[in-house]
Design a protein around this ligand. Structure first.
Ligand SMILES: Nc1ncnc2c1ncn2[C@@H]1O[C@H](COP(=O)(O)OP(=O)(O)O)[C@@H](O)[C@H]1O
Ligand SMILES: [Mg+2]
Length: 335
């Protein structure tokens, strides 16, 4: 296949801001009709990559094609093929959802009738009909983000860039946006989605590129990436530190590799393969032995786990800014 057979084909992208290399030899290949995840911590270079591919900033080096057009030499063609949704919603809160979409349609020179028809189609597609004539200021986070998605789809671009579309949303808003993204791809759109959440990339993307310090450090399927990381982790927290050796023994029997004990937190953890069986086995053993368990649960691999495996270190941003990176989700025993 040649480079023009891909929705996005980028090689050796460079972008500097002063001494900072925001992109430092970044490569990306995205197949048509797929959701491709660009996964990385804060400051990794995700937004810079997306803005460069969307022709919004000029590259210092490397070459990129989007929909077969060169971002430097054929910027106009690139722009006619793409849509871009930023991290922050661009909707006008005073206007209704419908008015917002009609306004965007007119901005794109659709003309009144066509803009109204397109707005109606998009309201249906993004499940916003019920709230179509209410002020967008009263929309939930998930609804606003979907309105933003709808606005970026006015001209039915073949490639859509979604920059952290669910950051700041509650779980419900997040799953609403996920549904919308899945619908887009069913409709044939190629989506490049940036995210800090492995879980999000896992749910939506057929392929994931991991970016760190302006470089792609992995490119794999979600399953391949999770296999690298070692699947789910089982965690047990006990009331008494004296029980830790017994817990270690119980966890070791179901662990895929070594167990890890954090004495200060009275916690034992290990990677497991058969999630539910491992959880049940350990819970039963500890109960039989009369050990007081404070918390027991399964934790899916997080971005942190991916980085620990790929680089032997935590995400770059986590080293100097605490709390900024994605925290993991706990799956409670009952779930
Ligand atoms: N306009 C800019 N001026 C200076 N530095 C920038 C600018 N944009 C991005 N950077 C820096 O480039 C790096 C990558 O940023 P960015 O692409 O926004 O990362 P991400 O979207 O993954 O959080 C960061 O260190 C950031 O501070
Ligand atoms: Mg960003």
């Amino acid at each position: 296949m040649s480079s023009s057979d891909y929705a996005v084909f980028a090689r050796g992208l460079e972008k500097r801001y002063g001494d900072k290399r925001a992109l430092d030899g970044f490569d990306l290949t995205v197949e048509h009709g797929t959701v491709h995840g660009l996964l990385g911590p804060n400051g990794a270079g995700k937004t810079t990559a997306v803005r460069a591919l969307a022709t919004l900033i000029r590259l210092d080096g490397g070459r990129a094609e989007v929909g077969g057009a060169d971002v430097a030499r054929e910027a106009r063609q690139v722009r006619s093929r793409i849509g871009l949704t930023g991290q922050y919603a661009a909707v006008d809160e005073i206007l209704t959802g419908r008015q917002n979409l009609e306004m965007f349609g007119r901005l794109f020179h659709l003309g009144g009738t066509l803009a109204a028809r397109r707005a109606q189609e998009l309201l249906e597609q993004f499940d916003l009909e019920a709230a179509a004539d209410k002020g967008a200021g009263g929309y939930s986070g998930g609804m606003r983000r979907r309105l933003d998605l709808a606005a970026s789809m006015i001209l039915a671009p073949s490639v859509l860039f979604l920059d952290e579309p669910t950051t700041g949303l509650d779980p419900r808003g997040r799953s609403e946006v996920w549904d919308s993204v899945r619908n887009l791809v069913t409709g044939g759109t190629t989506v490049l989605l940036t995210t800090q959440y492995l879980e999000e990339a896992d749910r939506l993307a057929s392929r994931i590129t991991v970016i760190d310090q302006g470089r792609a450090i992995a490119d794999d399927t979600p399953d391949g990436l999770k296999a690298t990381v070692g699947g789910s982790h089982l965690e047990v927290v006990v009331a008494e530190a004296a029980d830790l050796p017994a817990v270690e023994k119980a966890v070791a029997r179901v662990a895929r590799g070594a167990t890890e004990t954090v004495i200060a937190e009275r916690r034992v953890q290990a990677a497991v393969t058969d999630r539910v069986a491992a959880l049940t086995d350990v819970a039963r053993t500890l109960q039989d032995e009369g050990i007081a368990v404070e918390d027991i649960g399964l934790r899916r691999p997080s971005l942190d786990d991916v980085f620990l495996q790929l680089t032997g270190d935590r995400p770059a941003q986590d080293r100097d800014a605490d709390g900024a990176y994605a925290t993991y989700e706990k799956t409670e025993a009952a779930a």
